[in-house]
Design a protein around this ligand. Sequence first.
Ligand code: AMP
Ligand code: GLY
Length: 413
Amino acid sequence: MRVLLIGSGGREHALAVGLAADPSVDDIIAAPGNPGIAAVAKLREVVVTDAAAVAELAVEVAADLVVIGPEAPLVAGAADAVRAKGIACFGPSAAAAQLEGSKAFAKEVMVAAGVPTGRSATCTTEGEVGAALAEFGPPYVVKNDGLAAGKGVVVTDSLAVARQHAEECGRVVIEEFLDGPEVSLFVVTDGTTAVPLMPAQDFKRVGDGDSGPNTGGMGAYAPLPWAPADLVERVLAETVQPTLAEMRRRGTPFAGLLYVGLALTTNGPKVIEFNARFGDPETQVVLALLASPLGGLLHAAATGTLADLPPLQWREGAAVTVVVAGHNYPGTPRTGDVIEGGEQPGVIHAGTARRADGALVSAGGRILSATATGADLADARTAAYKLIDGITLPGAHHRTDIALAAVEGRITT
Ligand code: AMP
Ligand code: GLY
């Protein structure tokens, strides 16, 4: 089959590598893609949030399947536009993507479906904000209602900082602080059947020891040796199935990738957020361990035939990915720095570009991620950092403690 992949980040590079390894995928076209993706796909230009343009491109390249990576085109209706052309599309409708597009909507669905999550209030006025902050107390959790590329959430002990973020956002969800290790669980679904992937852990804060501001994600690993044995089963029963049922009941079934961000609290797993697409950089480690053909899985989800698929197969061992971010990220990053060593196997490109002279240069906040597998987490971690050692990029920074606490057995639930 011929696949059109929409997006240009590390997640899309990992998806492209996974698709290229599937014998049923003959051809990959990526739009707009990046220099890493170019090694396995033909690149085309498209404005990803222009739903009509995405659909036209799908027709033009005669795609059998369109895979939409990022949230912005989903919220803009790209999957609806592609399906309207009679082409199978992996990714939820605009209506269903509101599970990510609006934190207030996601909370409303969770409450209606009885999903375990933190208590919350949606606030638009200073009075509502003050009342909610007083009710839930510190640490304060204030979330921009709309899409914010992983930077809309402020968790702080400072009432002034919490108020300030609320004022800047306009409409916010304020919620109780959820304590406990975080887990990202990806579920591939056709709206009814839910196929969970391997749980992973992301590192949201920019600095070692979870210091500094939130980012889009600075590294990830899988599997989670410390996770309760019944975690996936429990989250499917308590969260995923009720959410899918509620979305069907509303006439807006959710088909695509449901990303369940969880905190494993003392009262069990609670939802921190839903996303409507694969996580970045967790996808890099999850797909590095997936042995089943990726194209077949995504095509089955897109065509409502997931129930017919055999159970997923996973590789032995573990995977670790470490994100290399540009100077000043998560603030406005410096770009145009020359990258050496960015072409090694396992280096997943995100914010990279090809200069006219052929040099690989930085072009975004999260520039690349070094992804490696190993016999166990310690081996995979060593291999990922070894890969990093072979990369030179002026002004760049990365966390040095990805997967370290798990390797040292310091995570408890
Ligand atoms: P979100 O975009 O909703 O995933 O939030 C980004 C990050 O903020 C999460 O991965 C958590 O680290 C943190 N966070 C969000 N909501 C909460 C919460 N209710 N309690 C504690 N931390 C949170
Ligand atoms: N790694 C977090 C996200 O993809 O939202």
